[in-house]
Design a protein around this ligand. Structure first.
Ligand code: NAD
Ligand code: UDP
Length: 315
């Protein structure tokens, strides 16, 4: 039985990862400061004797004898990471230092949840891992983008200097059940708005594109990357290459929910990337991984989840 630490373990992705690792017979310690995550996300795991939930902030050192660390702690929604930009940078940078220090001390393998945001508003399309990106270092997204870029630098430096065994996943937009209703990301916003027959808020003209990966596919990618040979220390894109405009997403959500919602157009936030689509050839060849769940199927499952959530809120 392996002992596995997940930072951000009570968040959207962290809770799915914890569930999967417990199913595989591991002992899981989930660390979280509950900024965007919640006990509710892992309530169903609390009775498992091999699951521990610890309130802890990754900007502070943490010690535990573990075999593997998944470093997921960091708010992922622009609304939340822009709420306290200094804290966001500290979470990415000090969190990485603390988890790499722990990995070095206890000889654990450590995985970084990096992001497609390291490519910024990309001039290369689709995005390949060798592209260095186009990030505004002083814009409103910089606290997240530059924090994550610095975390990648820390990971490769600890590997080069201290032989820490690292993995880096560059995650593209992922969605699914257990996203928070008030999370602010596009999939949860549109579904909740549609289910309530409220206006669907498209920012800009909705011509910007994103590629949406369903959560179960992503978690499979995490596990494969963690188990890949120790030579796989370079960043690997994980995402679904299906590319959609935000307007297409809005139309799909309206169709699948049968909603009466109208689309309304709101200003495009500063530095909002115009296009995003992963090149996943590296993940395909290194991990034999590719996503299986296409957008309509994933949206249908996510809509069902939010329907139940909204019903429970009313009751
Ligand atoms: P989330 O906001 O649901 O989860 C983040 C978790 O980290 C939350 O439980 C939050 O409370 C916790 N957290 C935040 N700051 C912390 C701190 N200082 N100390 C301890 N815990 C802290 O978001 P998510 O979608 O589950 O994202 C998980 C990770 O994956 C993040 O690092 C994010 O940057 C990365 N990622 C996610 C996506 C995506 O589309 N979901 C895309 C790219 C990268
Ligand atoms: N977006 C939108 N309406 C919303 C929320 C987001 O049009 O209610 C757009 C946003 O401007 C961006 C895309 O949807 O172009 C994805 O936004 P999200 O916050 O999910 O993540 P991002 O990929 O920008 O980090």
């Amino acid at each position: 039985m392996k002992r596995i630490l997940i930072t951000g373990g009570a968040g959207f992705l962290g809770s799915h990862l914890a569930e999967r690792l417990l199913k595989e017979g591991n002992h899981v310690i989930a660390l979280d400061n509950f900024f965007t995550g919640s006990r509710a996300n892992v309530l169903h795991l609390l009775s498992n004797p091999y699951f521990e939930l610890v309130r802890h902030d990754v900007t502070q050192p943490y010690f535990a004898e573990v075999d593997e660390i998944y470093n997921l702690a960091c708010p992922a929604s622009p609304v939340h990471y822009q709420y306290n930009p200094i804290k966001t940078i500290k979470t990415s940078v000090l969190g990485a230092v603390n988890m790499l220090g722990l990995a070095k001390r206890v000889n654990a393998k450590v995985f970084q949840a990096s992001t497609s945001e390291v490519y910024g508003d990309p001039a290369v399309h689709p995005q390949v891992e060798s592209y260095w990106g186009n990030v505004n270092p002083i814009g409103i997204r910089a606290c997240y983008d530059e924090g994550k870029r610095c975390a990648e630098t820390l990971f490769v430096s600890y590997h080069a200097q201290n032989k820490v065994n690292i993995r880096i996943a560059r995650i593209f937009n992922t969605y699914g059940p257990r996203m928070d209703i008030g999370d602010g990301r596009v999939v949860s916003n549109f579904i909740v708005q549609a289910l309530q027959n409220k206006p669907i808020t498209v920012y800009g003209k909705g011509e910007q594109t994103r590629s949406f990966c369903f959560v179960s596919d992503l978690i499979e990618g995490f596990i494969r990357l963690m188990h890949a040979p120790d030579t796989c220390t370079e960043p690997v894109n994980l995402g679904n290459p299906g590319e959609f405009t935000i307007l297409e997403l809005a139309e799909k959500v309206i169709k699948l929910t049968g909603s009466k919602s109208q689309i309304v157009y709101e200003p495009l936030p500063q530095d909002d990337p115009m296009q995003r689509k992963p090149n996943i050839e590296k993940a395909q060849s290194l991990l034999q991984w590719q996503p299986k769940i296409q957008l309509e199927e994933g949206l249908t499952q996510t809509i069902q989840y939010f329907e139940e959530k909204l019903k429970a809120q009313k009751a």
